[in-house]
Design a protein around this ligand. Structure first.
Ligand code: 5HM
Length: 335
């Protein structure tokens, strides 16, 4: 499959698996519709979201998850603050093993190999045409842990520089087409863009390769609702997903992560003005606005609507669509 945007790819993939599954089975006891050997080429990996209202994209979780990866953390508290289901995948209720891609990418194995820096050096200093720039995530030892409930679904991520563009290919052993695909493509293409901006390259295509792609029976009703809505949706969005600033963004990521932790632990609160005065590009300030809005939701506080007013229209759309109750009609009129 070749599509311009994630939205188009997601809808066609869901439709195909839902209505034309190759197999009906129950891996680890969970009934699913499945296809094997799925491939997708995304022509514009910056358009990494679906805008369909009934799918209720959680843009806050999407940014939080990729920043959790980039922080190198395996900490359950961090990510479960954004998704209450995460503890289900943790054996010790403190850390995640397979799902935490951060330690795999930045501190792989006993030698704590920083694969990200290694492949960056490989591509920039050694061999611009390299076909070795592969970051390994799944590792064989995961299948030897008895009763392991969290085995990495991603085998690895490969980067290619071809004709001044940075291409990326991911290989997954398994991908949940309804849920996992939304967050995985967001995170992987975000990492592709991060590397491309740092190397001053254009973002090339993104390739998604999956052994087993499936929809769980428990998601059938919701998936059907989404597919019904998609019939009357032309798929053309009024929004354009923001582009990350060119250059090295790591210093900004570190700042965002510092504030993210303080907000998550409820150790500070930030007004729109507090965020505006930070020495950060607008792209990263927007993410802090999202985290600050979410702090009000997570701690069940009255919303500070000026935070919402500071958001780009695309993020206002996602936040209002997901947490409608916090943004009443009255507020909508004022905005
Ligand atoms: O039985 P198995 O280990 O494959 O179950 C993991 C489930 O989580 C699969 O449905 C897989 O497709 C989904 N998953 C995903 O889609 C898991 C992870 C975590 O590595 C992920 N995407 N990133």
């Amino acid at each position: 499959m070749r599509k311009k945007t994630f939205h188009e790819a997601y809808m066609e993939t869901l439709y195909d698996i839902y209505y034309n599954p190759e197999y009906l089975n129950s891996p680890r006891g969970q009934k699913s519709k499945e296809q094997l050997n799925y491939h997708l080429t995304l022509e514009n990996p910056i358009e990494r979201v679906t805008y369909l209202p009934s799918r209720k994209t959680n843009i806050v979780f999407n940014f939080a998850e990729v920043l959790w990866y980039l922080s190198g953390s395996n900490n359950l508290d961090f990510i479960s603050y954004y998704n209450k289901k995460m503890p289900l995948y943790s054996m010790n209720k403190k850390t995640l093993t397979g799902t935490a891609y951060g330690p795999k990418i930045f501190e792989f194995g006993n030698a704590k190999l920083n694969q990200w820096n290694r492949i960056k050096n490989l591509l920039t200093r050694e061999d611009i045409d390299s076909k070795r720039a592969f970051i390994q995530i799944f590792d064989a030892s995961e299948l030897f842990v008895s009763g392991n409930i969290d085995v990495s679904c991603t085998i690895g991520l490969q980067f290619f520089i071809r004709e001044d563009k940075l291409y990326m290919s991911s290989v997954m052993r398994a991908n949940d087409a309804f849920r996992g695909m939304v967050s995985d493509l967001f995170s992987f293409t975000f990492m592709q863009e991060l590397m491309a901006r740092e190397l001053h390259l254009e973002v090339g295509e993104y390739f998604h390769n999956v052994g087993s792609i499936h929809i769980y029976e428990s998601d059938n009703e919701w998936a059907k609702t989404v597919l019904e809505e998609a019939k009357n949706h032309n798929g053309i969005s009024a929004f354009e997903f923001p582009k990350m600033p060119t250059g090295n963004n790591w210093i900004f990521i570190e700042t965002v992560l510092e504030y993210e932790a303080l907000l998550r632990k409820d150790q500070i609160s930030m007004s729109k003005q507090d965020i505006e005065t930070l020495d950060l590009p607008e792209y990263w300030k927007q993410i802090l606005l999202l985290f600050s809005i979410y702090q009000h939701i997570a701690y069940k506080r009255d919303m500070d609507h000026s935070l919402f007013q500071g958001l780009l229209p695309i993020y206002q759309f996602f936040v209002r669509n997901k947490w409608f109750n916090y943004f009443s009609t009255k507020q909508k009129e004022e905005i």
